[in-house]
Design a protein around this ligand. Structure first.
Ligand code: TRP
Length: 450
């Protein structure tokens, strides 16, 4: 399929490097530095890492290539892409699921990002007025920083594809890796740190349960921004000259590197300083201040680190907002400004209960569902785990049954001649390995078959 002609004014990346950086910017974020360590800590350390790496290589990477190729072939947002391939079919619902999921994730993700912003502000105050760093968690503070972060996201996205997104990702992501390396070295030098390294790297196979496998697989989708059309939308800004195979693989490799580095940043320090690896979503906020506290120049390192983490989170929330925005701009003819501010407002309203959870307000903090406690954790499970897995599964089925895997493979091969050799394997993975394993993992956890 040659795909519909791109609409005028949609914009393309200035270069293939622009796509890789922006897609890596979308992928690398709180998912790597906040969610990955807390998941690893709660799901058995080395066992989780092993399952995670397998899921990324065997399930997420093939899905990544599929999402990017559908985006480039159709030059559309998720809803438009599906409508372009299967006009008037019920598959449209998959596109809408993507939009709702994006909004759901954006809402609570911005709350955590607001917490990161709070820490940045606390360390700046420490530097300039010597005030001690204590996170108050007061309602007003949580809500204000959450709203501030959403406004930042809205401002970047309203700037448009190139100026808005590309510029941010370019210099700052490599810098994040550098500062993480410094924090890792500091953590490894602490007495007792090796126990943490061992715990993170040595799999205890008895810890691998259906819950661990579902969490690892979903963490792969979450971390790589898959299953809700983010990579599809970014792929729609690629041109036929660009190499989907190398772009996709590069993004997966970089994102996985950052997640593993985050593990090395957190777990040696947890063991050395006597924390609980299973502390959950507060883990990094418990550990990092302690590490910075005992580090020479720690306040400055903390400021640079939290600043870069804010930027990493911002390039991720930008991609979440961009997907939903592209729909309203392309399909509904809304202006960019109107779209971003409206969606931002909805995300603010939907995110408030998550902010109240973080601020310790009942019933938001104490409610339970699916074995999760608190509104934010429930949202994270529903949208970040279930919905992304379901979205990825349906995308595979859509490609098998409607679009055609040969068309998808043809699309990847344009601009990536080397893909010819891998084509058979990729088709096999997307036809069999990905859908069956996602379905089995979802079913075993949800219906307790395992
Ligand atoms: N991948 C990002 C992270 O790791 C979060 C994110 C951005 C995302 N866009 C997404 C997750 C789309 C799922 C789908 O922080």
């Amino acid at each position: 399929m040659s795909g519909p002609a791109p609409k005028r004014g949609r914009g393309h990346w200035g270069s293939q490097v622009g796509f890789v950086l922006a897609a890596a910017g979308s992928a690398v974020g709180l998912g790597n530095i906040w969610r990955f360590p807390s998941m690893t800590g709660q799901n058995g350390g080395g066992a989780f890492l092993l399952v995670y790496l397998l899921c990324v290589a065997l399930i997420a990477l093939p899905v990544m290539l599929l999402e990017i190729s559908l985006g480039r072939a159709t030059q559309r947002n998720p809803v438009g892409a599906i409508a372009a391939v299967a006009p008037g079919s019920a598959w449209k619902a998959l596109g809408y699921l993507a939009l709702v999921t994006g909004l759901g994730i954006l809402s609570y993700y911005s709350v955590i990002a607001g917490k990161v912003l709070t820490y940045l502000a606390l360390y700046l105050r420490k530097l300039f007025i010597g005030e001690a760093v204590t996170y108050s968690g007061a309602t007003l503070e949580v809500v204000v920083y959450f709203a501030l972060f959403l406004v930042l996201t809205v401002l970047v996205v309203s700037g448009g594809v190139q100026r808005g997104i590309e510029r941010w990702a370019k210099i700052l992501m490599p810098l994040l890796v550098v500062i993480m390396a410094a924090v890792i070295v500091r953590g490894l030098l602490l007495p007792g740190a090796m126990a943490g390294v061992r715990w993170f790297l040595m799999p205890d196979f008895s810890k691998i349960t259906p819950k661990v496998v579902l969490n690892a697989m979903s963490q792969g989708f979450f971390s790589l921004s898959l299953g809700m059309g983010a990579m599809l939308t970014y792929g729609s800004y690629l041109s036929k000259k660009d190499n989907i195979l190398s772009c996709g693989t590069w993004v997966v490799a970089f994102d996985t590197l950052v997640a593993v580095l985050a593990g090395f940043m957190i777990f040696p320090a947890v063991f050395a300083l006597g924390g609980d690896p299973a502390a959950g979503s507060t883990l990094i906020f418990q550990v990092l201040p302690k590490v910075f506290g005992g580090m020479p120049g720690g306040v400055l390192v903390a400021i640079v680190f939290f600043f870069l983490l804010c930027v990493a989170a911002l390039t991720s929330t930008v991609s979440l907002l961009e997907v939903v925005t592209a729909y309203f701009v392309d399909e509904r003819g809304w202006s960019r400004r109107r779209s971003v501010w409206s969606i931002g407002l909805v995300a603010l309203i939907v995110g408030l209960p998550s902010a109240f959870h973080l601020a310790g307000i009942s019933p938001w903090q104490s409610m339970t569902l699916f074995g999760k406690t608190g509104f934010l954790d429930i949202m994270d499970f529903v949208w970040g785990n279930l919905s992304l897995a379901i979205g990825s599964l349906l995308l595979c089925v859509f490609a098998i049954a409607v679009w055609g895997l040969n068309r998808a493979a043809d699309e990847i091969e344009i601009g990536a001649p080397a893909f010819a050799a891998l084509r058979g394997a990729w088709v096999f993975f997307v036809r069999w390995v990905c859908p069956i394993s996602i379905a089995v993992i979802l079913a075993t956890k949800l219906f307790g078959l395992g």
